[in-house]
Write a protein that binds this ligand. Sequence first.
Ligand code: NAD
Length: 495
Amino acid sequence: MSNLERFYNLVDGNYQASATGCWLTTANPYTGADWAEVPQCGIDDVEQAVAAAYRAFSSGPWARLNATARGKLLRRLGDLIARDAEKLAALEVRDNGKLYAEMLGQLRYLPEWYYYFGGLADKIEGGVLPSDKAEVFSYTKREPLGVVVAITPWNSPLMLLTWKLAPALAAGNTVVIKPSEFTSCSTLALMALFKEAGFPDGVVNTVTGFGHEVGTALVSHPLVAKVAFTGGDATGASVYSQAAKNIKHVTLELGGKSPNIIFADAHIENAVKGAISGIFAASGQTCIAGSRLLVQRSVYQQVSEKVVALARTAQLGDPMLSTTQVGPITTLPQRDKVLQYIDVAREGGAECLLGGKRPEAEALANGWFVEPTIFADVHNQMRIAREEVFGPILSIIPFDDDDEALSIANDTPYGLAAGVWTADIRRAFRFTDQIRAGTVWVNTYRAVSFMAPFGGYKQSGIGRENGQVAIDDYLQTKSVWVNLAEEVLNPFVMR
Ligand code: NAD
């Protein structure tokens, strides 16, 4: 038996290892050393978890619980997450290397999702329908879908899980969670809080392991009604086509290549901070990263110099320290992918103004760091401007006027987010209208809320998380017809 810390899955209310007894190790990106193990599940574990969720949905106490009681459970869970925020945030940092300050901020904010969607649980209403037929009464009911599979990536495990769990449970579904194989520990730790809050067995279950093994088995399972997925676009496309085989509902939150546009009339100091937070926060490992910085040519030199000067001051280091501003990349394959994209940018002809390599400091040698990197004179057709890197690599692209800025901003297969920095209110509104993205920020960047719908246009995804609309993606509508007539008329014609 290894001496690494072990985490267990929760299935039907029981903590358990995998059916085969195999384990997956998980490493700390700051030290590069393995620190924990999670069960490496297979098909048998998938069967067990889906069966438990299906039972809980169809016939367990959850199925009989009224919506107000469901809401109370969610709010109790929110209180418990608030109580354990520090502990859960520290686990996330060990697993994904993001800053403790960032993860603690997320964990302290997460209860709001459970309060908000808990409050929404008993406000899911159908309606009485007007009728064009005599002596019928018809109405709609809004019902949960059934078993929801929630598949999450490694960048913000508990936040991206919460965006799925809170509306799914508020709507009355049951859930099987498949966290990233790189960052499963915080999700497994969270499960104890579901038990403590009093959720019935089988309502929330976990299956850890590899995407190509348990991920595909979950997505193609006939008893699963919906897949809610966040991750890479290639995986998203594969999940979409697998789910289509038995017509499952899907929500896909995929990648982005978001434009962050600075006009000459903007408050330049603020815009520079917005550019930095857009790409170097979380070491660029966010789907909303403002990885394409579009700068109006008259301030191009000035903005480039200021962005480089501010990025140069970023403190790389131990993500648990409050003085650290940029942590490591979460996984070793991702660190290598980021370094490869630096070569891609150079080969494409972009000029490297900052970084472009691993840091040399001895103290950072074991961690999976990449220096904050800035490329200038990027053309929007270069690969570095078209493909999602998911790392601390900024491409600066010049433009002359509004039309050119808009055309470059929209010339991407993605459409997750965009930023516009300008003092001109009419231009701000024109851009919020014409940018093809699910979120547009004006004179700010990287704001999200439980109240604001979030999701992608184009290849950045399908469906919305957060806000009242999110719950619609976890419900279906039933129309009910009640005949009030004494006599049933001609059976050979439609009523
Ligand atoms: P991924 O898409 O490979 O994995 C996301 C989740 O899907 C993981 O839990 C994984 O195990 C699972 N999965 C993998 N293959 C699957 C399959 N065939 N069927 C079902 N589930 C499967 O993403 P990743 O490894 O976490 O990161 C890869 C890339 O995705 C990154 O380089 C980045 O570009 C992007 N990414 C995007 C986001 C986002 O929020 N949009 C987050 C993380 C990563």
